[in-house]
Structures are given as C-alpha cells and as structure tokens.
Design a protein around this ligand. Structure first.
Ligand SMILES: [Zn+2]
Length: 345
C-alpha cells in the first residue's frame, strides 16, 4: 500500500554544483547566470524543495547528468569526476535542509514510501548517460554502493561505448548496432547491483536488445509516444508493447518538443500521451516525469509548484485513485523493488 498521494517524478536534472568561498553549496545552471538555491521558491529553477511542497510533489529522482563527450580516456575521466561531484552534491542535500524541513535520501522503494508517509520528501540519486563508466563495468558497483544510484540512462545524445543513441551527433548512424559487448556487461553489473536500466535516449535497437539482455524489466525515465509526436526520442507502439510485455514502464515526460511537433506542449498534450500509452499497454506500464531543469516544463505544469495540476488532470481524464497512484509512482516503485529483489536473490 502506498500512502495517499505519493507523487514520484523520475527525472529531474540538477545544475552543476558550485561552492561559495565559505564552502556552502551554490547551484548554478550552465545556461543561466542566475545563482539559485534548492531551498528557495523564488528562483527560475523549476524544481526546488519549497516548490515541491507547494505542488505536493513528494518524491524525485535527481540525476547526475553527463553531456556526451569524446570517447577518449581524458573524456571518460572528466565525466567520471563530474558525475561523482554531482552525486556527492545530491547525497548531501538532506544535511542542508533548513529547520523544520524533512528531506531524505531514499535508496529503496520501501524507504521512499516510509519517508512520504512521515511527511518527508524523498530524493533518489540516478545517472543520465553511461559515458562516465568509460570501459570499466566495476564502476557500476562503486556508484551503487557509494551513492545508492538506482538507475543509469545508458546513453544521452550521441553514441557512447555502451550503446547507440536515438539522436546521432554527427558521424555514423550506428556504432554498435544497438548494445556493445561492454554495454551488455554493464547491464549485467546493473542487474547484480540493483540498478535499473533506463532506455530513454537509446536507439530503437539499443532498447530492444536491452529488454532481452536485462534480467530485470527496463524502463524509460523520460520519453513520450512516437505515434502522437514523431520525435526520435519517443517510443513507437512496437517499442511500448515490447517494453510492457517484459514488465517495463514508460514515464511520459513534460518535455514540449516530445509532446507536440513544433513544441508548445501543454498539460492536455501530456494527458493525451498518457492516455494513449495506457490504452495500448495498460495502466501498470505507464508513469510520469517532468525533466525539470533539463528542458522539461509545460503550460499547466511549468514547475514543481504546479504538480497538483497533473493529479487533477488525471482525475479529469477518468483515472480512479488506484490508477492515479499507479501512474504517479506505483509502477516505478514496483520496478525498483524488483531490482532490489534480483540483487539479493
Ligand atoms: Zn534526457
């Protein structure tokens, strides 16, 4: 059983963490000069704790993101340093909470449920892009044990050593024809360490092969429906069916260009994608994510303070309470628990 209104947003970016001369953390977006705080409601940042409180957003995956760089030792080392720094910043958030605010780092599904039952906000650390792993699958265990990383998005835009990306950044259309042998080895390590495989950003072949390669259902942390919006980042009906048949989940995301050709996506468009996916593969294989501070945010769900609008829209779309809870994190919690079970088998 989940507590009433556990809302679990599975993909939120964090800005590059900086420190003031006094050693206090400051969060700076690379695309904005404004310095923003996670504890401030009055900031351009779409996700902050006060905004989450305002909107009733209870649980989030915060992602340590690496842009795709050169496939060289130097490139991999720089990305490894960056991802470690970002994960340290994510893991230190609860210690920075002001008096009276309760924020917890939650690694297991049960911890998320407990934190929300107790009135807290849960943060789960994750990684977007397997690029920082370089050629070393053992880094998966290190990340899981050191920071509690619960999913890794195999690729970002551009192929890496693990797999082909849906979005080609110059050069060849395909590098590995899906997963590389290193990518398969990494998925095995992810399974053994309770880390879920995120196929968002992956090429079609990458996704299809990951489904059969992984011992635990794979999922898409932030993708939409290709039939409604022809974008290479979106999943075709066939992909959605294969994902669902294997027990996976697609977390439909509030990213305007994925919702509507030409952009300008709204909450109604988000609901249209959710409804389509639910009708095609069933409510137990669909969820929700914002991609806030990574390009996400739409009219009606512009930032975390408007999260209640999403729940209202689900209600209006005719989803009953248990369906709303399944979409709002129940399905994702099931996947996390499955990965935990496989790890301890
Ligand atoms: Zn992304």
């Amino acid at each position: 059983m989940y507590p009433p209104f556990l809302t679990f947003d599975t993909h939120i970016d964090i800005p590059w963490p900086e420190k003031t001369p006094e050693g206090l953390p400051v969060w700076e977006r690379t695309d904005e000069t404004e310095r923003t705080s996670l504890w401030d409601a009055n900031t351009k940042r779409r996700f902050t704790i006060p905004k989450a409180r305002m909107g009733g957003l209870t649980s989030v995956c915060l992602t340590a993101y690496s842009p795709q760089g050169p496939l060289t030792d130097e490139g991999h080392q720089a990305a490894w340093k960056r991802v470690n720094a970002m994960l340290q910043a994510i893991c230190s958030i609860p210690q920075e909470a002001p008096e009276g605010e309760s924020v917890s780092l939650c690694i297991k599904a049960d911890d998320i449920i407990q934190t929300v039952s107790d009135g807290g906000i849960s943060i789960t650390p994750v990684i977007e892009n397997g690029y920082p792993l370089g050629e070393d699958p053992a880094r998966v265990a290190f990340l899981a044990q050191s920071y509690g990383v619960r999913y890794i998005t195999l690729t970002h835009n551009g192929h890496n050593l693990l797999a082909d990306s849906a979005v080609v950044k110059g050069g060849e259309i395909t590098k590995h024809g899906g997963l590389s042998s290193l990518g398969r080895e990494v998925i095995g390590e992810m399974n053994r360490n309770g880390v879920l495989v995120d196929i968002s950003h992956g090429a079609v072949e990458t996704m299809m092969q990951a489904v059969t390669c992984s011992a635990v259902p794979v999922f898409a942390s932030h993708s939409c429906v290709r039939a409604l919006c022809d974008h290479p980042r979106n999943l075709t009906d066939r992909q959605l069916e294969v994902l669902a048949d294997a027990g996976g989940v697609v977390q439909i995301t509030a990213m305007s260009p994925f919702l509507k050709r030409g952009g300008g996506g709204t909450l109604e468009d988000l609901m249209a994608h959710i409804r389509y996916a639910v009708e095609l593969v069933g409510v137990e294989h669909v969820g929700i994510s914002s991609d806030f501070d990574g390009g996400g945010g739409i009219k009606g769900w512009v930032d975390a303070s408007e999260t209640a609008h999403v729940t209202q829209a689900l209600e209006k779309a005719g989803f009953d309470k248990s369906e709303q809870q399944a979409l709002w994190g129940g399905n994702m919690l099931r996947l996390l628990a499955q990965a935990e079970l496989y790890k301890t088998r």
